[in-house]
Design a protein around this ligand. Structure first.
Ligand code: ZN
Length: 271
């Protein structure tokens, strides 16, 4: 059985030639620039096919998101990443980030999110600290908890929300000399109010990680095959293909987190 690497790189443009294929000028992507997995038929290039070998389909579905997470961690130095790391946003990708940081960079991780249940879930997945903060308005991390978890301050913050409020908080919460990485996708119309004085006086580094490269996809495959990480723990619900239209129309309440669509009817054990 094969999976499909959704991103298609030209291999010819300056970005591809310099090894930054995630910035390919002729970037194409299944499910984005072309019909994706929900289409009756989808055309892919043969080099996008990935034999799953020992990976099950429920592990294989994580190849692309984990590649994006590994790409972001590589932007921060990979194994040399300075911890501890605070992740803002405990959605599926935020939680996958928590798991991967521990498995690959072996740094201490904390999480913030407006939702207590999501913070708890991230703590169960290995985050060492967690805070519930409101979605809007001023927010402070509890000083005593923060000092216990990161007594020297927070050198690295990853925003997995794309929210300008969250990014502004990250710039405030980062210690001098720290890095803030944009990983969540923002609304194209969103604007950030940035204090150049704060960036200047704290000598902050603002980075971004967009998508994945061929290298990070290969790293994702190797990591899933090694069993060092098991993202199947993030699957919250399985639905059958026939249920998909109603789900996409928002007519199936209570489905949060990572929903997996199975082409075959579910067995009793899967329901
Ligand atoms: Zn290219």
């Amino acid at each position: 059985m094969c999976g499909v690497r959704p991103a298609r790189f030209c291999g010819q443009c300056p970005q591809c030639r310099s090894g930054a294929s995630q910035l390919c000028q002729n970037f194409e992507c299944l499910g984005n620039t072309h019909d994706g997995g929900y289409a009756e038929y989808a055309l892919v290039r043969s080099d996008q096919l990935v034999p799953l070998d020992s990976l099950t389909p429920e592990t294989g579905i994580w190849l692309e998101p984990l590649a994006c997470v590994l790409q972001a961690i590589a932007r921060l130095g990979g194994n040399q990443l300075a911890g501890p790391v605070l992740v803002i946003g405990a959605g599926v990708l935020g939680k996958l980030m928590v798991m991967t940081l521990q498995a690959s960079a072996q740094v201490s991780v904390a999480i913030v999110d407006p939702n207590q249940a999501k913070v708890n879930a991230a703590l169960e997945l290995g985050a060492q600290a967690g805070w519930v903060v409101p979605r809007q308005g001023p927010a402070q991390l509890d000083t005593a908890d923060l000092n216990r978890w990161a007594p020297q301050g927070i050198p690295t913050i990853i925003d997995a929300t794309g929210s300008p409020v969250a990014i502004q908080r990250a710039l405030e919460w980062t210690r001098p000399g720290g890095k803030v990485l944009l990983f969540g996708v923002s609304d194209p119309a969103a604007l950030l109010t940035l204090s150049p004085y704060q960036v200047f006086t704290k000598e902050l580094t603002l980075l971004a990680s967009s998508g994945m490269s061929e290298e990070s996809f290969a790293a994702s495959f190797a990591m899933l095959q090694s069993g060092r990480i098991d993202p199947r723990r993030l699957i919250s619900t399985r639905i059958e293909l026939a249920e998909l239209p109603a789900y996409l129309r928002g007519e199936v309440p209570g489905l949060d987190g990572k929903v997996v669509v199975t082409p075959q009817p579910l067995t009793e054990a899967q329901q």
